[in-house]
Design a protein around this ligand. Structure first.
Ligand SMILES: C[S@@+](CC[C@H](N)C(=O)[O-])C[C@H]1O[C@@H](n2cnc3c(N)ncnc32)[C@H](O)[C@@H]1O
Length: 330
């Protein structure tokens, strides 16, 4: 395993540091100990985790997926020294089963999800993810898709906006924010991050504005999740990843907000519990869980890591291992 200082030097472009890297490597290592292991990095991003995995396991083949063509371009350059051991695919992670079939590797030894947005997506102002810069309201991870944050803000009904703000942003003042958006867009279309951030600020009661961080944070998170259908993608991709795991195969998920983490917890809980009727003296093989949890609750990054990389602060890590084949494979 690399020393802590070496990890900071993983060619970190733009100072990018992969989140909970040491723990991710440690959790995945037992699944990658065979002679020809295969790992899927379902959120390739800048290829930070991918590079460390390829460096740590000399016979590892890595299938990297990202929906953002810029991420594929950058990680192709970064992972060039490992080109023979990598298959990088521009796809949405819920296409995992098709990507694996196409790569001729329907079963894999490990899958890593490092969810959410990447540092460049947040830092490049024109992508419109950040309320701290003035930019067009965009927020698409894949800029070929049609739905943008501008379309959501200017065309969704009040009821739809309230649902998104409440469910995806956990915004207690969702109806107030939605009402003001609808009023303001009646005067003039809302096309910039700055104007939207100002509208949200005005909609939030002054007493609440003074507490917590930027009041626009929750609305921007909600719009981002809606524009990129983030939870829907995870809802499909995580079960597909579990299905693809070989015996002893492992999945690690790094989530960055409570909705992602809750969904991860629910999917893993459903696969790690017995499914038979209660009270059977000996559980039937068909009812025994196929997976076991490797983490107790969600693991958090260390204080030291958060001090070094504030973007790691909200990370929640959960992992599971396949302990039995599916019934039809027995
Ligand atoms: C936090 S970054 C990953 C960083 C990466 N682990 C590294 O070390 O550089 C998340 C990446 O996942 C991508 N992404 C998010 N949701 C996706 C999805 N449903 N399918 C494919 N890629 C997705 C984003 O475009 C972004 O590049």
């Amino acid at each position: 395993m690399r020393a802590e200082n070496d990890m900071r030097d993983l060619h970190a472009p733009g100072g990018h540091v992969p989140v909970m890297l040491e723990r991710v490597l440690e959790l995945l290592a037992p699944a990658l100990a065979g002679p020809t292991p295969v790992v899927v990095d379902a959120n390739l991003g800048l290829g930070g985790h991918a590079e460390a995995l390829l460096a740590a396991h000399p016979s590892l083949h890595l299938i990297g997926i990202d929906r953002d063509p810029t991420a594929i371009e950058r990680s192709t350059a970064r992972l060039a020294p490992y080109a023979e051991r990598t298959t990088l695919v521009r796809a949405v992670s819920d296409e995992l089963t098709e990507v694996l079939a196409e790569a001729g590797r329907p079963r894999v030894d490990a899958v890593l999800f490092d969810l959410g947005v990447s540092s460049p997506q947040l830092d490049e102002a024109e992508r419109g993810f950040a309320y701290s810069y003035d930019a067009p309201l965009d927020m698409r991870m894949d800029r070929d898709q049609e739905l943008t944050a501008e379309v959501v803000v200017n065309t969704y009904s009040a009821a739809e906006l309230i649902r998104i703000l409440r469910d995806y942003g956990e915004e207690r003042f969702a109806p107030r924010v939605a009402r003001l958006i609808i009023k303001e867009r009646g005067n003039e279309a809302i096309t910039s991050t700055k104007r939207l951030a100002e509208i949200v600020r005005t909609a939030i009661p002054a007493a609440t504005r003074r507490t917590g961080g930027n009041p626009a944070k929750r609305t921007f998170q909600a719009l981002r999740i809606e524009v990129n259908a983030e939870l829907t993608a995870l809802e499909r991709a995580l079960p597909a990843a579990l299905d693809a795991l070989t015996l002893g195969g492992r999945v690690v998920v790094l989530a960055y907000h409570s909705l992602e983490d809750r969904l991860t917890k629910q999917v893993l809980a459903a696969r790690t519990r017995e499914t038979g009727p209660p009270g059977l003296p000996v559980p039937l093989p068909a009812h025994q869980p196929r997976f076991a949890l490797l983490t107790r609750g969600a693991e958090l990054p260390s204080e030291e890591e958060v001090a070094r990389n504030p973007r790691a602060a909200s990370a929640r890590c959960r992992a599971a291992e396949r302990i039995r084949e599916a019934v039809d494979k027995e």
